[in-house]
Ligand binder design. Structure first.
Ligand SMILES: Cc1cc2nc3c(=O)[nH]c(=O)nc-3n(C[C@H](O)[C@H](O)[C@H](O)COP(=O)(O)OP(=O)(O)OC[C@H]3O[C@@H](n4cnc5c(N)ncnc54)[C@H](O)[C@@H]3O)c2cc1C
Length: 304
């Protein structure tokens, strides 16, 4: 099996997500090539062929230009799988490539079982196994689903280039209008999940966060329900955080949430379900009703 991994480069830096792509390739014991629009002094660490285009010429992103470069790499490498991160770069480029190659695309892969790819279904409550019938398949991998590779190595660089001017030009990044809290700077985060039951209970979670001199965050359903503003969402479509202490209150531990917080130094989960997946990453799992436990804990902390 041959795989071509699509690494990403942004504002002068190679993104760490390439290590998860390399981990995925290792899990398949696949022959690995990597495509990168980047710089020679900042390359992914692996042993294999690296198709490198110059970022100064082709810029951080350009759907036209990057697709043309990628098609060249595919032509040279002839991979069975072309693999992207499930990021904004991957969302945009993967379907363009699949269409150009007239091949199958499978999005948001979280595992591989035999010849099938496992993807979430029904808002991640179920998992579906999908098998590709094409000779080549384009995949996007859910962030955090595969163990990052730490194998290292030195790639063999193959320079690639396209001369044709793309129809689109890249003008730069614009920071989202933020305002409010920056969770990435908090050393303690207490997050509210759907298990809090009703919007009035956000105050209880914020109270515990205040008693711990931290900030409060939330899982996506709590944000989708507009109980908490979006800049407090933790996970793949929210913020990625790594505080000293993360307290997950009524959060089941879906992969998209874990991807945003599993690098926290110490994780406490409060959940009525002792088998909730959050228990797999938690240092301490408190099996309790948060509505009873959180106020008592907050009072004890305030009394210290
Ligand atoms: C493309 C995509 C992107 C996504 N991005 C994100 C993201 O960025 N962040 C994110 O969080 N999710 C994201 N999701 C959603 C994710 O898949 C889950 O649906 C979500 O994380 C579940 O949130 P939850 O754990 O709060 O709710 P649930 O999964 O409903 O879990 C609620 C938990 O609360 C517990 N509970 C219930 N009552 C109590 C109580 N009284 N006391 C204690 N525990 C209790 C239950 O046992 C359960 O474990 C994304 C999904 C998709 C498809």
């Amino acid at each position: 099996m041959k795989v071509l991994l699509v690494a990403e480069y942004r504002e002068g830096k190679l993104l760490g997500s390439v290590n998860e792509l390399l981990g995925f390739a290792e899990s398949l014991t696949a022959e690995t090539g990597v495509f990168l629009v980047g710089k020679k002094d900042n390359l992914p660490k692996f042993s294999g062929r690296l198709y490198l285009a110059d970022v100064d010429k082709h810029r951080d992103y350009n759907p036209d230009g990057h697709k043309a470069l990628l098609l060249q790499a595919v032509e040279k490498e002839q991979p069975d799988l072309i693999v992207f991160s499930h990021s904004s770069y991957g969302w945009d480029l993967a379907p363009r490539l699949a269409f150009a190659l007239k091949t199958c695309q499978i999005s948001e892969v979280v595992a591989v079982e035999g010849n099938s790819f496992v993807v979430p279904a029904c808002n991640s409550k179920l998992r579906r196994q999908v098998k590709s019938l094409s000779a080549k398949t384009v995949l996007t991998l859910q962030v955090g689903a595969f163990q990052a590779s730490e194998t290292g190595g030195e790639p063999t660089v193959i320079d690639i280039n396209v001369e044709a001017a793309p129809r689109i030009s890249f003008t730069g990044y614009e920071a989202a209008v933020g305002g409010g809290v920056d969770l990435t700077k908090a050393s303690v985060i207490v997050s509210a999940g759907r298990g809090i039951g009703k919007p009035e209970n956000v105050a209880m979670i914020a109270g515990l966060a205040a008693a711990l001199k931290g900030e409060y965050g939330a899982s996506r359903p709590v944000v989708d329900a507009e109980w908490v503003e979006h800049n407090r969402q933790v996970g793949t479509t929210g913020q990625s955080v790594a505080p000293k202490l993360y307290v997950a209150c009524g959060i089941s531990g879906a992969i998209q949430h874990l991807a945003g917080m599993k690098k926290s130094e110490f994780i406490v989960a409060i959940n009525t379900d002792r088998d909730a997946p959050i228990g797999e990453v938690a240092d301490v799992l408190v099996v309790a009703d948060l509505k009873q436990f959180v106020p008592v804990l907050t009072e004890k902390l305030k009394a210290l």
